[in-house]
Design a protein around this ligand. Structure first.
Ligand code: ATP
Length: 323
């Protein structure tokens, strides 16, 4: 193999640049050229390719986001559109591709593999919503951003004897909420997998108020409730002056953490090894702290684990309220 490509697709995540760097370093070490594709599948059909080298790899490893850019291209589901990508790759002698993104991006990678271009997917998303990987690239950095933000909100809530509703990202996966709740001892949390109703949240908030608990942190996964509306209801029910904070895109940016850099780089090395072996249609995940290469189709069909029992166990820790 003489030349491979790398692209980032779907939502950006800290650590994507480390994955790109890993692909470049691993390929260069084997005498293989690497071409970066601008803006995901959009750049692939338009031939937006640029040669990458280890000098470039060194420059990007501490940067957030993705230096290659990302885009969504729904038309990539059509074979005629994917054919343009295959034609561009062939015209540039690019034989195989590493795709860094979420499950939608893997579908694109799988379809391209079926059309003769071996592709390997890497899990790049802050949401941690790839069932077959214990962690995804970007999750740890985002989690640390969420924790830091919650603690800043806690400072002021504690000073003023208030409550805060904090909306956290996750796109249907509540891990950012659950992990952050554990890390910050948030009193009430409602992750996507085990949602609380407005009434349940208000009822619990009332109990904390009755026990003269000084400040209250209520974490909710995005796309679940209107945080401002919820804050009003909590205030009415509990008497706490309650403020809503939507953490928003601050969670997606920032310098990648050490753990995200490590996962991204090592998964990229593994992906290049698999491409050199002539494999495609695979996705690299982390399972019991080991990198594994799994077939994309089976990965996408893996059932979601039931996290409710664990979440309930953590919630019980807040049953005894202290001031
Ligand atoms: P995130 O989890 O951040 O949303 P994602 O990779 O799941 O990341 P999507 O928007 O679902 O994000 O997918 C990214 C791109 O992958 C799409 O814009 C499209 O170009 C391609 N894609 C998605 N689904 C398919 C499919 N079924 N067939 C071919 N290509 C697809």
């Amino acid at each position: 193999m003489k030349r491979i490509g790398v692209l980032t697709s779907g939502g950006d995540a800290p650590g994507m640049n480390n994955a790109i760097a890993g692909v470049v370093k691993a390929a260069e070490a084997q005498g293989i050229e690497v071409y970066g594709v601008r803006d995901g599948y959009k750049g692939l059909i338009n031939g937006w390719f640029e040669k990458l080298d280890s000098k470039f790899a060194l420059e990007i490893i501490s940067k957030g986001g993705t230096v290659l850019g990302s885009a969504r291209l729904p038309e990539f589901k059509e074979e005629s559109v994917r054919q343009k990508a295959v034609d561009q790759l062939k015209a540039h002698d690019i034989e195989a591709l590493v795709v860094i993104g979420g499950d939608g991006s893997y579908m694109g990678a799988q379809r391209l593999t079926e059309m003769g271009i071996n592709c390997i997917g890497l899990p790049g998303t802050i949401d941690n919503d790839i069932v077959s990987s214990d962690y995804t690239i970007g999750f740890d950095t985002a989690l640390n951003t969420v924790i830091e933000s919650i603690e800043k909100v806690r400072d002021t809530m504690q000073s003023h004897n208030r409550a805060a509703v904090i909306e956290v990202m996750g796109n249907g996966c509540g891990d950012l909420v659950t992990y952050a709740a554990i890390a910050t001892q948030a009193e009430i949390f409602s992750p996507s997998e085990s949602k609380l109703t407005v009434e349940q949240i208000c009822e619990q908030a009332k109990k904390f108020a009755e026990a003269n608990h000084r400040s209250l942190i209520i974490l909710v996964s995005e796309k679940q409730l209107d945080a401002n509306e919820l804050a009003k209801k909590v205030e009415e029910a509990s008497g706490y002056v309650t403020r809503a904070t939507i953490l928003g895109h601050v969670q997606r940016g920032g310098r990648p953490s050490g753990m995200d850099r490590y996962l991204a780089f090592t998964a990229a090395l593994y992906a290049v090894e698999k491409l050199i072996e002539g494999k495609g249609g695979l996705y690299i995940g982390l399972s019991e702290n080991k990198l594994v290469a799994r077939d994309i189709e089976s990965t996408l069909n893996m059932p979601k684990p039931d996290k409710t029992e664990f979440i309930e166990k953590i919630r019980l820790l807040n049953a005894k309220i202290s001031k």
